[in-house]
Ligand binder design. Structure first.
Ligand SMILES: Cc1cc2nc3c(=O)[nH]c(=O)nc-3n(C[C@H](O)[C@H](O)[C@H](O)COP(=O)(O)O)c2cc1C
Length: 205
């Protein structure tokens, strides 16, 4: 089993990285392979709505997004971690996730998602909600912990002092590992749910 972790922060040794590394440690203890990517310093542009991906299933801008798409397709779970910028996920991560989820056509059904928001003080809960939206439009169950997944710290490394935040993300990883393993068993026994035919309406007809 495999989990892909994406860090939106430009600080590769920052607080988001610290939180995601705690999760990666737990995944490894649970026998789950964990691969962590730091995306925050990459020049990742936003979606330009060109529609090229409708035909190809890939983004026309061949950067980290397409590289991560291949890894996401092979993964059983996806963790996205973001530093909180103005009470939202950071811009680079949003650009990446918009393009990753929009351009790829492989099924994400029952891949487990989890998000982590990291802030000095405010905006974690709004960011957590924002990030979970990518999973909940994609047939992905969302793993949770004993608190909304937030970790606090300002200077790199300070998050280590947030004992409750660290416990939250470690236990999130434990729940996520359990969910991924259970879903794997469920898939073997029952197969994936078959969807009804989907019709698209846009409120004008
Ligand atoms: C552009 C910018 C905007 C920020 N906005 C917020 C904010 O809205 N709320 C907050 O508590 N911290 C805010 N911060 C602080 C970061 O969230 C905090 O330093 C966090 O630890 C950064 O995570 P990192 O070390 O993984 O980059 C902001 C920082 C930057 C650079």
């Amino acid at each position: 089993m495999k989990v892909l972790l994406i860090n939106g922060s430009p600080r590769v040794n920052g607080n988001t990285a610290l939180a995601l590394k705690q999760m990666a440690e737990v995944f490894q203890e649970q026998g789950i392979e964990a691969e962590l990517f730091h995306a925050g310093k990459e020049p990742i542009r936003g979606c330009v709505a060109c529609g090229s991906c409708y035909k190809t299933g890939r983004c026309i801008f061949d950067d980290l997004v397409n590289e991560l798409a291949t890894k996401f397709e092979a993964a059983d779970g996806l963790v996205v971690g973001s530093p909180v910028y103005y009470a939202s996920a950071n811009g680079t991560l949003v650009a990446l996730l918009d393009r990753l989820f929009y351009s790829t056509h492989f099924s994400k059904q029952m891949k487990v998602g989890a998000s982590v928001a990291v802030a000095r003080r405010g905006g974690c809960s709004a960011t957590f909600d924002q990030l979970n939206k990518y999973f909940t439009i994609s047939g992905m169950p969302v793993a949770s912990s004993h608190y909304w997944n937030s970790v606090h710290g300002t200077a790199p490394g300070e998050a280590q002092q947030d004992a409750e935040g660290i416990a939250t993300v470690r236990n999130l990883a434990k729940n996520m590992a359990f969910l991924m393993k259970s879903i794997e068993l469920g898939k073997q026994r029952y197969g994936l749910p078959e969807y009804d035919k989907r019709s698209m309406t846009n409120f004008i007809r």
